[in-house]
Design a protein around this ligand. Sequence first.
Ligand SMILES: Nc1ncnc2c1ncn2[C@@H]1O[C@H](COP(=O)(O)OP(=O)(O)OP(=O)(O)O)[C@@H](O)[C@H]1O
Length: 243
Amino acid sequence: MTVSSAPISALITLDDAVVTTRRSGDRLLAVPALAIAPGSRTVVMGPSGAGKSMLLSALTGRLPGAVTLAGTRTAAPDLRIGFVPQRGAEALHPLLPIGRQLRSVTGTTPARVAEVLAAVGLDAGALAGRRPAELSGGQLQRAAISLAFLGSPALVIADEPTSALDNASRDETLAMLRALSDTTGSALVVATHDPLVRPALDAALIRVESGRVTVDAGTLAAPAAPAAGAPAPTVPAAHEAAA
Ligand SMILES: Nc1ncnc2c1ncn2[C@@H]1O[C@H](COP(=O)(O)OP(=O)(O)OP(=O)(O)O)[C@@H](O)[C@H]1O
């Protein structure tokens, strides 16, 4: 496995990457060529067991111990990746109040946490002091999303972030992810079974079938570069690093 930290325009690339089991050498995933551009949105779709979660792991470069990755993976220097799991509770410590854990994980202030919770529609005054078991599934997913974006990552990866939600919470969550990726400039890669996710996110499409990854032609184009002299994408106050 080659890992490069040379400056590249893509956040992450995989070239001729193959994931196999260590014990039997069975091939679980093959990625001919894939690049995740800054600020892009991508949906990964495919049947159960096809290799969607394995592809997300391969993008992060952190794979389960039972498998190995061959080929070439490049990543932008100091790349920060936020993660949103299927159920928000999986991203949260079960015993700590929400506000306290968001503060301690990211080293930020209570005011900043309140700001970030407000950005995902949560009232910090009412919820920051509660433990995860005292929040609904939709509220937990919002808290997990705020945690994923809190560190201003260049890339947020989400593994079936809406599959445990009802339709209303799903639609709100997708709108939130889209708005956050727009306003923060973070790229977004979302694995899902749900065909509604891609149009809701206005995302490019990667298909995974029986471990084979294909990219819909032209859908992973990088976003338009800012005009010369244009300011860098602005990050709203709720997503700026704490002073
Ligand atoms: N830690 C592991 N060790 C060995 N094989 C694994 C491991 N994790 C997953 N696999 C295998 O890799 C293949 C792809 O699994 P993966 O979890 O990526 O599928 P998926 O497309 O995300 O499925 P689902 O939609 O059901 O979550 C499956 O055959 C699975 O059994």
